[in-house]
Design a protein around this ligand. Structure first.
Ligand code: NAD
Length: 277
C-alpha cells in the first residue's frame, strides 16, 4: 500500500495565510484532506488605506492585489472541503479567541495550528533597530504564537490529538545580520516549540518548528535583491526554495506519519546552514 499524507477529518488553523507561505500551507493541508481556517490581519473584503498602517508589506499587498485570504478559502471549498477566512490579529487575544470559537462552531474543532503569521520588514543593523518595531516583532512573531497555541490547546487536549507547527527561520537558529528583532523572535519560538512538545506529549499533541532558509514568497521578492542573491548562493542548490517545499514539510508533520516526531527543528533550507564553499 502506498504511504500517503491523509489529514481527512482534521481541522487546521493557519495564521498569516493571506499570501506567501501561509497561503501555500493552507491549500496544502486542504489538498491532504483537512478543513481549514485561514486567519490574517488582511482579508480582501476589509482592506483599506487604514490597513496600510500594518507596514510597508501590507500596503504593497493591498495595492498589488496580493491579499488572497478569502480567495484561498474559496479555492479550498472548491476542493470539497470546508474553509473560512477570518480577519484576526494574532497579537489580540480576543480576536484569536473569536477565530478559534468560529473554527469550533463551523468546522467542529481545531486539531492543527500553523503559527505562520510574521513580520519580516524590520531590517537594519543592531544600532539602528527601532524599539517600537522590536516590540512589534516580539508581539506578532512570539506572543502571537503563544496566544494562538493557548487558544487551541484545550481543544487539542479534549480530542487527545493535536499538531502545532511554528514557523521559525534560519535567522533564529543561525542569527540574522540586520535582523536582531526578527532573529530573537524566531529563536524564542524554538524554546516555545520544545516546551509545548514536552507538555503536549501526554495529551497526544506534537509541537515542531519548521526552519525555512530563504523561500521565494512575495515578501522575499520585495526584500533587497543583492542580499537575497547572497543568501541563495549559500544554499547547496544555489537558489531559494518554493513555498510548496515548506508546505510539504508541514503537511507531513501534521499527519499521523509524524506521530513520533516532536520538539524538532526541521530545516527546509536548501542546506544554507551547512559549510558550503
Ligand atoms: N519567505 C522566507 O524566506 C521565510 C524564511 C524564513 C521564515 N519565514 C517565515 O515564514 C512566515 C511567512 O513568511 P512569508 O514570506 O510568507 O511572509 P509574508 O509577509 O508574505 O506573510 C506574513 C503574513 O502574516 C500576516 N500577518 C502579519 N502580522 C500579522 C498579525 N499580527 N496577525 C495576523 N497575521 C499577520 C501578513 O498579513 C501576511 O499575510 C513568517 O513567519 C516568516 O518569518 C519566511
Amino acid at each position: 500500500m502506498a504511504i500517503e499524507i491523509d489529514l481527512s477529518g482534521r481541522v487546521g488553523l493557519v495564521t498569516g495565510g493571506s499570501r506567501g507561505l501561509g497561503r501555500a500551507d493552507a491549500l496544502t493541508l486542504a489538498r491532504a484532506g483537512a478543513d481549514v481556517v485561514i486567519a490574517d490581519l488582511l482579508v480582501e473584503s476589509e482592506l483599506s488605506e487604514a490597513t496600510d498602517a500594518y507596514g510597508p508589506l501590507a500596503q504593497v499587498a493591498r495595492t498589488q492585489g496580493l491579499v488572497q485570504t478569502e480567495s484561498a478559502a474559496a479555492e479550498i471549498r472548491a476542493m470539497g472541503r470546508k474553509a473560512i477566512a477570518v480577519r484576526c490579529d494574532v497579537t489580540d487575544r480576543d480576536q484569536v479567541a473569536a477565530a478559534v470559537a468560529r473554527a469550533v462552531e463551523e468546522l467542529g474543532s481545531v486539531y492543527i495550528l500553523v503559527n505562520n503569521a510574521g513580520t519580516l520588514d524590520h531590517v537594519g543593523q543592531f544600532s539602528d533597530q527601532q524599539p517600537e518595531l522590536w516590540e512589534r516583532d516580539l508581539r506578532v512573531n512570539l506572543t502571537g504564537a503563544f496566544n494562538c497555541a493557548q487558544a487551541v490547546w484545550p481543544h487539542m487536549k479534549e480530542r487527545g490529538w493535536g499538531r502545532i507547527v511554528n514557523m521559525a527561520s534560519v535567522a533564529g537558529t543561525l542569527g540574522g545580520f540586520g535582523q536582531a528583532s526578527y532573529s530573537a523572535t524566531k529563536a524564542g519560538l524554538l524554546g516555545l516549540t520544545k516546551t509545548l512538545a514536552m507538555e503536549g506529549g501526554r495529551h497526544g499533541i506534537t509541537s515542531n518548528a519548521v526552519v525555512p532558509g530563504i523561500i521565494g514568497t512575495e515578501a522575499f521578492h520585495m526584500a533587497n535583491a543583492a542580499m537575497n542573491e547572497r543568501i541563495a548562493s549559500r544554499t547547496v542548490f544555489k537558489r531559494p526554495g518554493e513555498p510548496q517545499d515548506i508546505a510539504n514539510a508541514i503537511a507531513w508533520l501534521c499527519s499521523d506519519l509524524a506521530a513520533y516526531v516532536t520538539g524538532i527543528e526541521l530545516n527546509v533550507s536548501g542546506g544554507v546552514e551547512l559549510f558550503v564553499f
